[in-house]
Design a protein around this ligand. Structure first.
Ligand SMILES: Cc1cc2nc3c(=O)[nH]c(=O)nc-3n(C[C@H](O)[C@H](O)[C@H](O)COP(=O)(O)OP(=O)(O)OC[C@H]3O[C@@H](n4cnc5c(N)ncnc54)[C@H](O)[C@@H]3O)c2cc1C
Ligand SMILES: NC(=O)c1ccc[n+]([C@@H]2O[C@H](COP(=O)([O-])OP(=O)(O)OC[C@H]3O[C@@H](n4cnc5c(N)ncnc54)[C@H](O)[C@@H]3O)[C@@H](O)[C@H]2O)c1
Length: 488
């Protein structure tokens, strides 16, 4: 990269996850001198420990599920594998997952380097607005350093970077309980599970949010006995309750023990296993426990408050819809903001920050168009307004929910659980959101997302051809049922 010209802006991004690396590319494209400071590896927790590895683990579990489903559609195996039982070799499974995550991290690094972005390994903190200090250690710079670190900086193992624009995208880390300290062997966070040498015999998953539900599903599919400790009436408390009910029914049907209205008070090691104590005094004995009780933003000891950046009571960085913090020139994106902890939202916030800072055209973040998916079986995909928004009167809309049991393709594929739900605004009939509970719901949600983003009404949606037989036929059918005749 050439020297910074009088008009070339310098952008320093702290954190190389989706909130950071996805912002670096457009910043470079818009002509900025860009440095990404990352202490672990590019791709962030999303690629190295959270999103990517968990989805790869689930893909393995889903693959195994298909063997057990084979009997039900008239398929049996001569000899292996059913005679011997289908079995996951966890060390191989984990090795593949870690390889895959590392390769993706390297791809991202190469893409950034190709775009002329400087990648600096180290931990960044704000010295003051406009200056970031990086604790680098040795051999930290992966691409041409300009200017080269001073002799003093080399000695101190730090570098100071001047920046016209700073983007903080430092993500979050697993919350742990003082009474359940992870040891990486039997009491685990979701970031430690890929080092397990063998499949837990009995895994207690504590917390039934999205992380807990997905990993409970994964280990059940891999062949473990699983107990899910859920603090609320139902699993997935923050999600569509019809969808959560379906998932809990499926979990129980497959042999998972779901303990509702149960909070874990603590976990201790006991011999070759663990004992999980619930707040009401019950005890669950198991071989392993996995904590999935939420996240903590990585915002402490970074000089943020001293620089005037406002944090919320939970430690998240407060941002507006164009990712501005309370200090001009300092932006924030992703899980450290707590806006909506999804990789897709982190990336969008980062891109918006850069567009705003560089004076490019920018559309503020619109959470009403975010689609997301829970990678269980069935998957649960949602977009736009929720049933809770409608029930509370926040949004004047109506909905239709169609079970998939009537769908011909679903019958052929032996899909026994699931539904499609669509929300339409009363009066205009505009599609405002939807829920799909089915295999591959993550793919099926896209037409509804397109409708929400482009404000299509139910008639435009319903009159669009779908393939026969197809799952998407049910989505169009739900829209047809939302049709209103004049005078309705
Ligand atoms: C188990 C699990 C599964 C998930 N699955 C999905 C999914 O399927 N789809 C989805 O959209 N979302 C998923 N998410 C959420 C998604 O992972 C996060 O929303 C996403 O990682 C946020 O990206 P980020 O860039 O804000 O932070 P991160 O990905 O956490 O990256 C932040 C980076 O900043 C670095 N960093 C922190 N402090 C410093 C510092 N001082 N200096 C330098 N570097 C620093 C960290 O090392 C890290 O690499 C999942 C989350 C979990 C926990
Ligand atoms: N597929 C995906 O896109 C995906 C996957 C995982 C996470 N995420 C993102 O991360 C966000 C956070 O999800 P999460 O599940 O990690 O955290 P969460 O905060 O949503 O869920 C944690 C759950 O643990 C419960 N809990 C807390 N303490 C407990 C205790 N002592 N005993 C029993 N239960 C306890 C909480 O009540 C809560 O329901 C999601 O909303 C989503 O945005 C996305």
């Amino acid at each position: 990269m050439g020297p910074v010209s009088g008009t070339q802006k310098s952008v320093v991004i702290v954190g190389g996850g989706p909130g950071g690396y996805e912002a670096a590319l457009p910043a470079a494209q818009l002509g900025a001198k860009v440095t990404v400071v990352e202490r672990e590896g590019l791709g962030g927790a999303a690629v190295l420990t959270d999103c990517v590895p968990s989805k790869a683990l689930i893909a393995t579990a889903d693959f195994m599920d298909r063997f057990s489903a084979a009997e039900r559609i008239g398929v049996s195996f001569d000899g292996a594998p059913s005679d011997q039982g289908v079995r996951a070799r966890l060390t191989d499974v984990n090795a593949r997952i870690l390889r895959l995550a590392r390769a993706q991290s390297v791809d991202i690094r190469d893409k950034l380097l190709d775009a002329g972005v400087e990648v600096l390994k180290g931990a960044g903190r704000l010295v003051r607005p406009g200056v970031v200090e990086v604790a680098t250690g040795v051999d930290s710079v992966e691409s041409g350093e300009e200017p080269a670190p001073s002799a003093e900086e080399r000695r101190a193992g730090t570098r100071q970077l001047d920046a016209d624009v700073i983007l903080i995208a430092t993500g979050a880390r697993p919350r742990v309980l003082d009474t359940a300290v992870p040891d990486g062997e039997r009491i685990l966070t979701w970031q430690q599970i890929y080092a397990l040498p063998e499949l837990p015999e009995h895994l207690v998953v504590i917390g039934s949010g999205v992380t807990g539900a997905e990993l409970a599903h994964a280990y059940l599919g891999l062949g473990c006995q699983v107990t899910l400790v859920s603090s609320r009436d139902r699993v997935l408390p923050g999600e569509d309750q019809d969808a959560a009910t379906v998932l809990e029914e499926v979990f129980r049907g497959r042999g998972m023990q779901v303990l509702n209205r149960s909070r874990a008070q603590g976990v201790v090691r006991a011999g070759d296993g663990v004992v999980v104590t619930l707040e009401d005094g019950r005890e669950v004995k198991a071989s392993h426990a996995l904590l999935a009780v939420g996240s903590i933003p990585n915002t402490a000891d970074m000089g943020l408050e001293q620089a005037g950046v406002h944090l919320s009571a939970s430690g998240h960085i407060e941002v507006d819809r164009v990712s501005r913090t309370s200090v001009p020139g300092i932006y924030a994106a992703g899980d450290c903001t707590g806006v909506l902890p999804l990789a897709s939202v982190a990336a969008m916030q980062g891109r918006i920050a850069v567009a705003h800072a560089m004076g490019d055209a920018v559309a503020p973040l619109n959470l009403g168009r975010v689609s997301s998916n829970i990678f269980t079986d069935p998957e649960i995909a949602t977009v736009g307004v929720s049933q809770a928004d409608v029930d509370s009167g926040k949004v004047d809309a109506r909905s239709v929910m169609l079970p998939l049991t009537g769908n011909p393709r679903a019958k052929m594929q032996n899909t026994t659980h699931g539904f499609v739900k669509i929300f339409a605004r009363n009066g205009s009939d505009t599609i405002l959101g939807g829920v799909v509970v089915s295999p591959r719901a993550s793919e099926l949600i896209f037409p509804i997302t397109l409708a929400v983003a482009n404000r299509l009404n139910v008639d435009q949606f319903a009159s669009t051809f779908t393939v026969y037989p197809s799952m998407s036929g049910s989505i169009a059918e739900a829209a047809r049922q939302l049709h209103t005749t004049q005078g309705d």
